[in-house]
Design a protein around this ligand. Structure first.
Ligand code: LLP
Length: 425
């Protein structure tokens, strides 16, 4: 398999070779660091962020990477080094940004429907770029905390544009019936009221219509409505300097030859054409698109067993490591690290956790596998480790970042004592 530009970083350098991440063999990584193991390509993460930066080069813009997709400190540092800012949704995520790249604090936007006073205080202290405010009550709290801190708070109202995005119902957010944002029709009144408060500065308007959205069209539709709102506000004395288009651009979990560059170009074109009348600053908050395909979860086969007509491949990774298949019926390609000859057959790939929801794939046609073999669950760089848990008292996996021919442990495997440490009897 050759490596066209912007292909997945996981490939076989020649026929019959083990799967590699860039120049590094996954077999060697599994030997060195054990399994289950998350492996990320720094090169691809850099490449993806550069795609966005290039696509919006025509105007002042800021890529605010959505920390929730993968919050590894080393990845935050890498992105900050390339000029990225961050979209955070908790005080904890802010602490991560401050630990990895304190110089990026001024490039942080804070989203989320349930910010606490303590989280707002932390963000005011850190002098973040803006708060994406999701309700009038939150705006009142923000004003009160800003007055206490004697620091003016820049805010954007997160409006709900009432746009339907075709994705899994758990991750669609842009309809009026969702808990997110403020009804776009209420926004002008709220901006005007806020103008009277000296502790609030109307910085922009933001949206986020959902995640894993494959077509550019809904982004354009949302931006049309936002563009109209900004144009309507200007003559009323509310001059907004920024529009935040949110995240949500989806990847193709099925197609190895997925063309990321044209996807980003399409996305940028939809946004730019809808915002043609707005000359200000554009913020975007991609998460998945930047890191998903840069990551794989490498796992070792423990057992292969037959129950009735079914064959189960039992791996040492489980739903606690990667919950997306169980939670969203998500598809992840599964590649044997070393391909065995023989007839591919349908198997269920499952983990050791004690529930039937613990599966990575059902009736997946897979080349023959034996106990001891390594499998790579692809496109696991986003919402993989970030959504992992210790269910069944399973320590979290280790994480490795590959850069060129170098592999670096960026998070050691948890130990059972790590897990027991906060408890007392
Ligand atoms: N901005 C806001 C305000 C968000 O809520 C999100 C994601 C993003 C940006 C980034 O969206 P992205 O570009 O990654 O689509 N756990 C689910 C995805 C949940 C997304 C939640 N919000 C999954 O594994 O598919």
């Amino acid at each position: 398999m050759g490596q066209p530009a912007f292909a997945r970083p996981f490939h076989r350098p020649q026929r019959g070779a083990a799967l590699h991440c860039g120049k590094v063999s996954l077999e060697s990584l599994a030997r060195r660091f054990g399994t289950p193991l998350y492996v990320y390509s720094a090169d691809q993460i850099a490449e993806r962020s550069a795609l966005f930066q290039a696509a919006f080069a025509g105007r002042e813009h800021l890529l605010c990477y959505a920390v929730k997709a993968n919050s590894a400190l080393a990845i935050l540092k890498l992105l900050a080094g390339r000029g990225a800012g961050f979209d955070i949704v908790s005080g904890g995520e802010l602490e991560r940004v401050l630990a990895a790249a304190p110089e990026a604090a001024g490039r942080v936007v804070f989203s989320g429907v349930g910010k606490t006073a303590a989280e707002i205080d932390l963000a005011l202290d850190a002098a973040i770029l803006a708060f994406n405010v999701e309700s009038e009550a939150e705006l009142h709290l923000l004003a009160e905390r800003a007055r206490k801190h004697k620091r003016r708070a820049r805010f954007a109202l997160r409006v709900n544009p009432d746009v339907f995005a075709d994705t899994h119902p758990y991750i669609s957010t842009g309809l009026r019936e969702h808990k997110f944002g403020i009804d776009i029709r209420q926004a002008p009144k709220i901006y005007k009221n806020a103008a009277a408060n000296r502790w609030l500065q109307a910085f922009g308007v933001s949206v986020h219509i959902g995640s894993q959205i494959r077509s550019a069209e809904p982004f354009g539709a949302a931006m049309e409505r936002v563009g109209k709102l900004v144009a309507q506000l200007a003559p009323e004395g509310v001059a907004l300097e920024a529009v935040d288009a949110g995240g949500g651009l989806g990847i193709d979990y099925h197609a190895p030859g997925f063309d990321a560059a044209s996807k980003v170009a399409e996305y940028a074109a939809a946004i730019e054409s809808a915002l043609a009348g707005f000359k200000g600053r554009l913020l975007i908050e991609p998460g998945r698109f930047v890191v998903a395909q840069a990551g794989a979860l490498v796992t070792r086969v423990l057992y292969v067993k037959r129950n009735g007509k079914k064959t189960f491949v039992i791996t040492d990774a489980a739903m606690n490591d990667l919950i997306r298949p169980a939670l969203y019926q998500a598809h992840h390609e599964i590649a044997p690290v070393r391909l065995r000859a023989g007839q591919p057959r349908p198997v269920d790939v499952v983990g050791p956790v004690c529930e039937s929801g613990d599966f990575f794939a059902r009736d997946r046609i897979l080349a023959p596998v034996r106990p001891g073999d390594l499998l790579a669950l692809l496109d696991a760089g986003a919402y993989g480790m970030a959504q992992s848990s210790n269910y069944n008292t399973r320590p979290r996996a280790a994480e490795v970042l590959v850069e060129g021919a170098q592999a670096r442990l960026i998070r050691r495997r948890e130990t059972i004592s790590d897990l027991l440490a906060p408890e007392s009897i």
